[in-house]
Design a protein around this ligand. Structure first.
Ligand code: AMP
Ligand code: ZN
Length: 113
């Protein structure tokens, strides 16, 4: 297994874990772009949002539905949250295991750069 986030989800590479269950793993981003910046990933290896299929419907629904609980654990207070998933190199994806960035604690511009 050569995927960085598969290794993090398996506990083989240490991370600053916020939440974990059988399907979902959440940990603080190593290079935070906001006062709170964490990543939520499925433990199952899926390359990106653009590689998800009907087979992942339940898993990804669960992952999304967990974000409010995880955000609360991470101390996000409800003033505004940006949830982002980059898919493909032009979109800025650098780790090719599906992840949702969850950012909060400052104002964000729109459109994104
Ligand atoms: P992306 O560029 O959208 O694929 O996002 C990948 C994210 O993973 C970046 O925000 C990185 O800072 C973060 N990252 C890379 N390696 C680690 C790591 N070992 N632990 C936590 N976050 C990481
Ligand atoms: Zn992976």
């Amino acid at each position: 297994m050569s995927c960085l986030f598969c290794k993090i989800a398996a506990g083989e590479i240490p991370s600053n874990v916020i939440y974990e269950d059988d399907d979902v793993f959440a940990f603080h981003d190593i290079s935070p772009q906001a006062p709170t910046h964490f990543l939520v990933i499925p433990k199952k290896h899926i390359e990106s949002v653009m590689h998800s299929t009907a087979e992942e419907q339940e898993l990804l629904g669960k992952l999304m539905a967990k974000i409010p609980e995880i955000a609360k654990k991470a101390g996000i207070d409800g003033t505004g949250v940006r949830v982002v998933s980059n898919s493909g190199a032009d979109a800025g994806q650098s780790v090719f295991h599906l992840h949702f960035h969850v950012l909060s604690g400052r104002k964000f511009g729109w459109p994104p750069g």
